[in-house]
Design a protein around this ligand. Structure first.
Ligand SMILES: Cc1cc2nc3c(=O)[nH]c(=O)nc-3n(C[C@H](O)[C@H](O)[C@H](O)COP(=O)(O)OP(=O)(O)OC[C@H]3O[C@@H](n4cnc5c(N)ncnc54)[C@H](O)[C@@H]3O)c2cc1C
Length: 405
């Protein structure tokens, strides 16, 4: 559909301006004029008392914009690549292969050329490299300016960012500068076989539905993905690629922020995201004093203790231990969910774990539908037994090793 304003009938009353939900009508020279925000929804047609606005069927759709290649922003700090960039390169490789296209990294920093080797090993064919002291530390303005300039010059089809603090901060700004869409926190990315568009899937409406979002008319198609959502491929260090040096015109004196000092946080934290074994407790633990059952089992297994949001919201467990949509996304080898029902928001943070064990006294609990092994029972009975068995097994193995020596 398209909207046409019949200027000879328009009296400039402004009814359409008030009614338009997208702010797409302006009054210019005493008549209504549409701007780029118009979605052809037709609200203005119904609002016009003079019948001066028509909605007509569009003969032709605006052609899809085109671009070339799948790009991944390579976030680095102190010369080390953030693992999420390598996860995205691994995923980007599959997307590029499905499109019959190339995969490129976009790397900014000061003296970071050596990082290109890892980018190639994880699947990149090219790296667009912009270096200089101005990029030594992440700052919103120079990074936004630089990435925007590289996009304008080379015009990618798809651009992926890690949903880290920095990625979240500047991916949205880049999207606005380039006038394209951005789908945040995607949990799945794939290529539509017919249209070749990027299907960007993410939880919506409080996690109650999975929405697949397309960006058909603007380029690049942009998405952020949280760490640990995509699997990191095995690197192949025999691969190599092309480094394209991009000349930056960004000068330190034009940047409004200065980094005076960097103070590393020494607050409480646990490395849930890199843990190979996680034991999490939910509302079923019944109170903060019982969280030690979770910690004991995690300790016996050499793992880390996590929690559901219900346990965190109840004030039983600190927030930094929360797993799920609004907590950490984890993908350990073993995830043991104890007294956790399996709400979609919890699953969004752990359902790519290799082995999932659920302990729950309700055999109908949704967590069992994704569990590799399910233990239907009271966690106050099951967990101490499991912990004791594992400790006994470890001691017996240690004794056997000693004897063998
Ligand atoms: C926008 C949004 C974001 C959210 N983000 C997150 C998130 O990041 N992480 C998250 O976890 N949730 C999140 N939630 C909340 C989520 O919807 C659930 O409310 C929450 O995960 C429930 O936690 P739970 O499974 O511990 O509690 P419940 O759903 O109450 O389940 C408790 C389970 O314990 C079992 N149980 C009880 N007693 C025992 C016992 N003695 N032995 C064994 N089992 C027992 C019960 O059968 C039940 O299955 C979010 C919600 C929204 C709307």
């Amino acid at each position: 559909m398209s909207i046409k304003i019949l200027t000879d009938l328009c009296t400039g009353c402004g009814a359409c301006v008030d009614r338009c939900p997208f702010g797409a009508v302006d009054l210019t020279g005493g008549v209504a004029v549409l701007n780029d925000n118009c979605t052809s929804c037709g609200a203005c047609v119904r609002a016009c008392p003079e019948k001066a606005i028509e909605q007509t069927k569009k003969a032709k759709k605006k052609p899809a914009a085109v671009g070339k290649g799948v790009w991944v922003f390579i976030e680095q700090r102190d010369g080390a690549i953030d693992p999420v960039a390598l996860e995205l390169l691994s995923e980007g490789r599959k997307l590029a292969d499905d499109l019959g296209s190339e995969l490129a990294g976009v790397l900014l920093g000061d003296g970071v050329e050596s990082l290109c080797t890892a980018c190639f090993a994880y699947g990149a064919d090219k790296v667009y490299l912009m270096e200089g002291p101005v990029f030594r530390y992440y700052r919103t303005d120079p990074y936004t300016d630089a990435v925007t300039a590289i996009i304008k010059e080379y015009q990618p089809e798809i651009l992926l960012f890690g949903a880290t603090n920095n990625g979240r901060d500047f991916a949205a700004r880049v999207a606005v500068r380039i006038v394209t869409g951005l789908t945040a926190d995607c949990t799945k990315l794939d290529i539509d076989p017919e249209t070749k568009l990027l299907r960007q899937t993410r939880p919506a409406f409080g996690g109650n539905v999975m929405a697949t979002i397309l960006c058909p008319r603007h380029r690049p198609q942009m998405a952020t993905v949280r760490p640990k959502v995509m699997k990191m491929a095995e690197p192949d260090y025999t691969r190599s690629g092309e480094i394209i040096r991009c000349a930056g015109e960004i000068r330190e004196e034009d940047v409004t922020t200065r980094i005076m000092d960097i103070v590393r946080s020494v607050g409480h934290s646990v490395n849930l995201q890199d843990a190979e074994i996680i034991v999490s407790g939910g509302r079923g633990i019944g109170g903060p004093e019982n969280y030690r059952l979770i910690e004991d089992l995690a300790g016996a297994l050499g793992g880390v203790a996590g929690a559901s949001r219900a346990a965190v919201d109840a004030g039983w467990v600190p927030q930094y231990r929360q797993v799920g949509q609004t907590g950490k996304t984890v993908a350990p080898k073993l995830y043991i969910a104890c007294g956790i029902s399996g709400a979609i928001q919890h699953l969004a943070g752990m359902n790519t774990s290799e082995i999932i064990v659920a302990v729950n006294n309700d055999p109908e609990a949704p967590i069992f539908s994704i569990a590799t092994y399910g233990l239907v029972g009271d966690l106050f009975t099951v967990l101490p037994l499991l912990t004791a068995k594992i400790k006994a097994y470890k001691e017996a193995s240690a004794d056997a090793r000693k004897e063998a020596v």
